[in-house]
Design a protein around this ligand. Structure first.
Ligand code: 5AD
Ligand code: SF4
Length: 451
C-alpha cells in the first residue's frame, strides 16, 4: 500500500525538507528518531531552520505545563507562514495528542495544523501524509491500543549511540503524573527481539546503547515470558563488543539486589544510576502514591554505594507538591545531603489534567519558588564537591559532539555520566579517549587529552 502510494507521490517528495521539534524525555526523542526515519524514507531531507522546512512537526510532551504552553506558542508562530505558504504541512504528535484535553486545544484553536497523530500511530505516518496530500483535509489519527513495535526502524543521534525501547507505558499512577494517561498501560517487549536489535546495532558499530522504559525495573512483570529486568540487562551486557550499556528510568520501589549485582559484575554496564526521589517526606511520598518511604529509599541508595562505591547517582525532585509543608520540604533537603547526588533534575510541581493531585489546592508560587531556590542552593555545592574529586584523575570519555560555545572543544561523557569538556579534534567524535581532569564546575569536568 505504502509503496504504491509512494510511487504516485515520488516526484512530490523530491527536494522536500522536514524539521522536527521534540519536547520531553528520551522516549519522545526516540519516537522522533522513528519519525525522522519514516520521513527520510519517503524522500524528505532534514532542514535545520524550522520556518524553511516543507514538513514541520512538533513531537509534544505533557509532563509539566511549561512544555505544553511552549508548544502552543511555537505552533501559533507558524500561523502566518501557513497562510502565505499553504503547501507546507504542519503536524503535531506525541503525548499531548494522546491526551484528549490537549488534543482538543490543537483541533479547535490551531487550524494551521494539518496532521495530528498519537504516540501509538507513528507507524502509520506515511499513510497519514498520503491521505492529507490526497484530500487536502486535516487528518487526525489517535489510537490507544498498544502496538507490537518489534524491531522498528529509526534514525540515531549519531553513528555510535542508540536508544532501544524495552517497554512502553506505565502502571504506577503517581498522583501528579500524566504519563499513565498519555502513554497507556505498561507493556514489555520480548527479550529475544530486544537482544536481536542490540546485536544488530553493535554489529553496525554502535558503542553505547541506552535501554528505555518508564520504569525498567518492572520489565516483564505482566508479560507471558519469564524474564526480569536484571536478567535482560545481563543478557544484553553479554553481547560481544558492546562497550557501554545504560538504562533509564528506575522506580526506587522495585530496585532489587539482583539488579545491583548485575551492574556490579558487568564492566560494560555504566556505573551511573538515576533514582528518582520526588520527595523526602514519608507523608508526601504516600500522597504521591510512590510506594516507598524515606528509609527504604535511603537504604537502596546506601546499598548501591556499598556494592559499587564508584557509582554516580542522580535523581528527580518535585518541589511544592500541594500537601508539602515546610517540614516535609526539609526532609527532601535531608535526603539530598545524605545521598550526595552527582546531579539532579528539579521541578516545580505542575498540576496536570485528570491526575489525582490536580484536584488539590496548589501552594502559593512564592513559597514554591523560595523552596526551589533553597534546594538549588543546597544541591549545586554538592555537585561541585563531587566533580572536584575528579581533578587529577584520568577518565575514559566517549566524545559526542562539538561544544556549542567553542567548536575547538568537544564534549563527551564518562562511564558514570559526567559531562566532560576537552580540547580535541572533531575527527575524534565517536571515539573513546583518555582525559586528565584539571577543572570543574557543578555540571561539568574538563581537562586535557592524554596521548
Ligand atoms: N509536576 C512536576 N514535575 C513532574 N514530573 C512528572 N510529573 C510532574 C508534575 N506534574 C517530574 C518527575 C518525573 C520527571 C520525569 O518529571 O520528577 O520523575
Ligand atoms: Fe509517572 Fe510515576 Fe510512571 Fe514515572 S513511575 S512515569 S512518575 S506515573
Amino acid at each position: 500500500m505504502v509503496s504504491k502510494k509512494l510511487e504516485k507521490y515520488k516526484d512530490y517528495f523530491k527536494g522536500k525538507t522536514y524539521n522536527i521539534t521534540t519536547f520531553g524525555c528520551q522516549m519522545n526523542e526516540h519516537d522522533s528518531e522513528r519519525i525522522s526515519y519514516i520521513l527520510e524514507d519517503l524522500g524528505y531531507v532534514y532542514e535545520e531552520d524550522r520556518k524553511k522546512a516543507d514538513f514541520i512537526l512538533f513531537n509534544t510532551c505533557l509532563v509539566r505545563e511549561n512544555a505544553e504552553l511552549k508548544l502552543y506558542g511555537q505552533v501559533s508562530s507558524l500561523k502566518k507562514i501557513k497562510e502565505s505558504h499553504p503547501e507546507k504541512i504542519i503536524a503535531v504528535s506525541g503525548c499531548m495528542m494522546q491526551t484528549e484535553v490537549a488534543r482538543q486545544v490543537i483541533i479547535d484553536k490551531h487550524r494551521e495544523v494539518d496532521i495530528i497523530f498519537g504516540t501509538k500511530n507513528i507507524n502509520s505516518l506515511s499513510d497519514l501524509i498520503f491521505r492529507y496530500l490526497e484530500t487536502g483535509e486535516r487528518v487526525v489519527d489517535i489510537s490507544t491500543d498498544n502496538v507490537k513495535d518489534d524491531f522498528v526502524k529509526y534514525n540515531t543521534p549519531n553513528h555510535f549511540q542508540a536508544y532501544v525501547n524495552i517497554m512502553t507505558g506505565c502502571d504506577n499512577f503517581c498522583s501528579y503524573c500524566i504519563v499513565p494517561e498519555s502513554r497507556g498501560r505498561e507493556e514489555s517487549r520480548r527479550p529475544s527481539s530486544i537482544i536481536e536489535e542490540v546485536e544488530y546495532l553493535v554489529n553496525q558499530g554502535y558503542k553505547e546503547i541506552t535501554l528505555l522504559g518508564q520504569n525498567v525495573n518492572s520489565y516483564g512483570n505482566k508479560a507471558d515470558f519469564n524474564h526480569t529486568f536484571p536478567e535482560l540487562l545481563e543478557k544484553v551486557a553479554q553481547i560481544p563488543n558492546l562497550k557501554r550499556l545504560r538504562f533509564t528510568t528506575s522506580h526506587p520501589k522495585d530496585l532489587s539486589d539482583e539488579l545491583i549485582k548485575v551492574i556490579k559484575r558487568n564492566d560494560n554496564i555504566c556505573k551511573y544510576f538515576h533514582l528518582p526521589l520526588q520527595s523526602g517526606s514519608d507523608k508526601v511520598l504516600k500522597d504521591m502514591n510512590r510506594k516507598y518511604t524515606q528509609e527504604k529509599y535511603l537504604e537502596r541508595a546506601r546499598k548501591l554505594k556499598e556494592e559499587i562505591p564508584e557509582i554516580a547517582i542522580s535523581t528527580d525532585i518535585i518541589v511544592g507538591y500541594p500537601t508539602e509543608t515546610e517540614e516535609d520540604f526539609e526532609q527532601t533537603l535531608k535526603v539530598c545531603k545524605e545521598v550526595g547526588y552527582d546531579t539532579a533534575f528539579t521541578f516545580k510541581y505542575s498540576p496536570r489534567p485528570k491526575t489525582r493531585a490536580a484536584k488539590l489546592t496548589p501552594i502559593d508560587d512564592d513559597i514554591v519558588q523560595a523552596r526551589f531556590d533553597k534546594l538549588l542552593d543546597l544541591l549545586y555545592p554538592i555537585f561541585n564537591e563531587k566533580n572536584q574529586t575528579y581533578i587529577g584523575k584520568t577518565v575514559e570519555v566517549l566524545l559526542e559532539s562539538e561544544s556549542k560555545n567553542n567548536p575547538e572543544v568537544l564534549t563527551g561523557r564518562t562511564d558514570d555520566y559526567k559531562l566532560v569538556h576537552v580540547k580535541a579534534d572533531k575527527s575524534l567524535i565517536g571515539e573513546f579517549v583518555k582525559v586528565k581532569i584539571t577543572g570543574n564546575t557543578s555540571f561539568t569536568i574538563s581537562g586535557d587529552l592524554v596521548e
